[in-house]
Write a protein that binds this ligand. Structure first.
Ligand code: SAM
Length: 186
């Protein structure tokens, strides 16, 4: 098992699609913040960026993070405080890329994810080979009905979808994230 310390992760809420394919901005789902932060901490992902264009939504994320920074919360559940310390909230994916570039000294390559098949998907095995080199990457997770074509076109690579054992194909983003990180760290 490899630690994913050359990987960052971005959970993006703008430039998403709805069920009819229209471009939308989704709301933050608070449990995604907790669970994805834990996933990142578990697999050694350096930073979990939450991108949302609305200040109100960013403040909501900050209040979740801030709660777990308080002395009482730290005493009550230090594991949660530790996990949320990897989270950072910013307006856009570009801001996350900028921050990661400053911290790493090199612009990360974007690894897109989707529940759907599409052209030019790389396999998990190819994604692992990439990640286990010295390059740095950012794993792009969508919300709503997934990443728009415009955003998808910004990805350097797109990983094949996780396939379940039935026709049902509606994993939550936090569950998909745990499976993706587990597979990428093998
Ligand atoms: N139909 C959407 C799609 O094609 O991506 C599902 C959106 S899902 C609610 C939100 C995000 O979870 C996706 O943008 C992707 O990042 C991730 N996700 C969900 N299911 C996935 C799967 N089977 N394989 C890979 N990623 C998945």
């Amino acid at each position: 098992m490899h630690t994913l310390n050359n990987l960052d992760l971005a959970l993006v809420h703008h430039d998403m699609t709805d069920r009819s394919g229209r471009i939308i901005t989704t709301s933050v789902t608070p449990i995604d913040i907790h669970d994805i932060a834990r996933n990142c901490k578990t697999f050694g992902v350096r930073k979990f960026y939450v991108a949302h264009p609305s200040k109100k939504m960013r403040d909501l994320v900050r209040s979740i993070m801030g709660h777990w920074e308080s002395t009482d919360a730290k005493k009550y559940n230090p594991n949660r405080t530790e996990a949320l310390a990897v989270a950072e909230v910013l307006p856009t994916l570009q801001d996350a890329l900028g921050d990661a570039t400053l911290s790493r000294g090199k612009k990360p390559k974007i690894l897109g994810t989707s529940a759907r098949d599409g052209k030019e998907r790389i396999t998990f095995s190819q994604a692992r080979e990439l990640i286990h080199t010295k390059e740095n990457f950012i794993l792009l997770l969508g919300t709503g009905h997934g990443i728009s074509t415009n955003l998808a076109n910004q990805a350097d690579y797109f990983i094949e979808p996780i396939k379940g054992a039935s026709e049902y194909n509606h994993l939550s983003v936090r569950s998909a994230c745990a499976i993706l990180l587990d597979r990428l760290s093998q």
